[in-house]
Design a protein around this ligand. Structure first.
Ligand code: APR
Ligand code: ZN
Length: 223
């Protein structure tokens, strides 16, 4: 079994989702192209830096919920996630593949390869790469940027080889990540979806459980 998750997995931990039916999500309030794109960073690096500092502090205060804990307890499971938060890791999960990078580190914007973890409770301000002098930025994948090759290759392999893909809290509208659900399906996996609402992946579901991740996931991952 492999899990494939999105922002809905961390919603009950207080980490806002992006496109939520109820709350509207982050992208209803903020322009993703201004805050989560290379062009937005070029136009106003201070604004982007402050926004990620705000998100980092919020995530540092958040705690893993029942879904993170239930997933982490399954040490044999691989967890493919679109989430940049570190809640699965903090719940003890070992095999986590972050397709969209991590907010818990900064990397060189010129991709010289330099990357370092940051203190989420005291996020750094704008600064330069100690290796090449270019700007440092959050080690997340921004809109228009390609996914990290190794993470993508590992995620593809995991989804191709699994017997069951447990899809949790994603609207399944952002590609190429959302394409992994169809890939697992066509490779013969059973698709179980957990979401408070129907999503673009609903048509691929063998079983769709409409409910909150922190309640449903522990109920189906019984030891
Ligand atoms: N339990 C289960 N599902 C939930 C819960 C919950 N408590 N709360 C919300 N959801 C569901 C919503 O119904 C929605 O389908 O989680 C989904 C969240 O969708 P999005 O906000 O679009 O998040 P996600 O699918 O992860 O977005 C993908 O888009 O903005 C980019 O890079 C960002 O990784 C992100 C990507
Ligand atoms: Zn550099």
């Amino acid at each position: 079994m492999v899990s494939f998750s999105g922002a809905g997995l961390s919603a009950e931990s207080g980490v806002p989702t992006f496109r939520d039916a109820q709350t509207g999500g982050l992208w209803a309030k903020h322009d993703p192209m201004r805050l989560a794109s290379p062009q937005g960073f070029a136009d106003d690096p201070q604004l982007v830096s402050q926004w990620y500092a705000h998100r980092r502090r919020a995530i540092a205060e958040a705690q893993p919920n029942g879904a993170h804990t239930a997933l982490a307890r399954r040490s044999e499971m691989i967890h493919v996630t679109q989430n940049v938060d570190d809640l699965l890791h903090r719940a003890g999960a070992k095999q986590v593949i972050q397709l969209h990078g991590t907010i818990a580190a900064d990397r060189c914007h010129a991709s010289c390869g330099y990357e370092e973890p940051i203190d989420m409770t005291d996020p750094p301000n704008l600064r330069n790469c100690p290796e090449c002098g270019s700007q440092m930025r959050p080690a997340v994948v921004w809109f228009g940027e390609s996914l990290p090759n190794s993470a993508w290759a590992e995620a593809e392999q995991a989804c191709r080889d699994c017997d069951v893909l447990l899809v949790i809290g994603t609207s399944a509208v952002v590609y190429p990540a959302a394409g992994l659900i169809g890939l697992a399906k066509s490779a013969g996996a059973g698709i179980i979806i957990v979401n408070t609402h129907q999503s673009d992946a609903s048509s691929l579901a063998d079983v769709e459980l409409l409910g909150k991740a922190s309640e449903v996931v522990p109920a189906i991952l019984i030891d």
